[in-house]
Unconditional design. Structure first.
Length: 179
């Protein structure tokens, strides 16, 4: 995998923080912060990624985007949003450090396996680290093989099985990574 990160996520807010990704077809993606005008596109991407019952409703999506510590980045190719990631962080009771959580990462089917997911998760991890997190966790369905391969490639390991976590029938896996 050949990932070239240029620029920074921590620049002034009015600057576009650019991450170049050299992948298949020479795709180049840009990461930027979520803006309310992006909402419908994010909902559309989520519904194209997940089946009914697992995809977020409009209310759920609004809830996750509005969490006080929410970090949402969108990945853009040209003028078009092709993917996004929502993360959150909170202070652990047992430690003075914060813990990060990936709420969801979604790449539109047409753009999957072209490097955008890697750019999004690296960008979110950098933001979480800057917010004081030294650990990040997430949940994934046991039958989501591309996502499992993706997370393992990014250094996440399985912490425990979450029985019947999705649709009250599919097991989930809690995964984590030290930042
Ligand atoms: C999982 C997801 C975020 C990965 O993003 P992506 O842009 O497709 O992934 P990348 O191109 O950065 O791939 C990085 C690695 O992930 C794995 N991977 C990604 N897509 C894969 C696929 N379709 N099949 C197998 N492995 C895959 C590979 O290990 C890949 O490395 P490689 O390019 O050397 O083969 C994306 O496929 C997606 O949005 N899927 C639908 C929604 C979803 O399942 N989200 C996770 C919910 S927990």
């Amino acid at each position: 995998m050949d990932l070239l990160l240029c620029g920074t996520l921590h620049g002034p807010q009015n600057r576009c923080n650019v991450f170049h990704s050299r992948y298949y077809n020479g795709c180049v993606f840009q990461l930027r912060k979520y803006q309310p005008v992006d909402f419908e596109r994010l909902l559309e991407i989520d519904q194209s990624c997940f089946t009914t019952g697992i995809a977020y409703s409009e209310a759920e999506m609004r809830y996750f985007l509005s969490m006080p510590m929410s970090i949402t980045l969108v990945g853009v190719r040209g003028a078009h949003i092709e993917g996004f990631i929502i993360a959150n962080h909170y202070r652990s009771r047992r430690s003075s450090r914060s813990v990060g959580k990936i709420i969801t990462i979604d790449v539109a089917p047409v753009a999957q396996h072209s490097g955008l997911g890697s750019v999004l998760i690296s960008g979110a991890e950098a933001k979480l680290q800057k917010a004081g997190c030294d650990y990040v966790s997430l949940e994934v369905a046991v039958d989501n093989e591309p996502a499992l391969k993706f997370y393992k490639k990014h250094g996440y390991t399985v912490l425990k099985v979450l029985p019947r976590y999705y649709l009250d029938s599919i097991d989930g896996l809690l995964m984590g990574k030290k930042l």
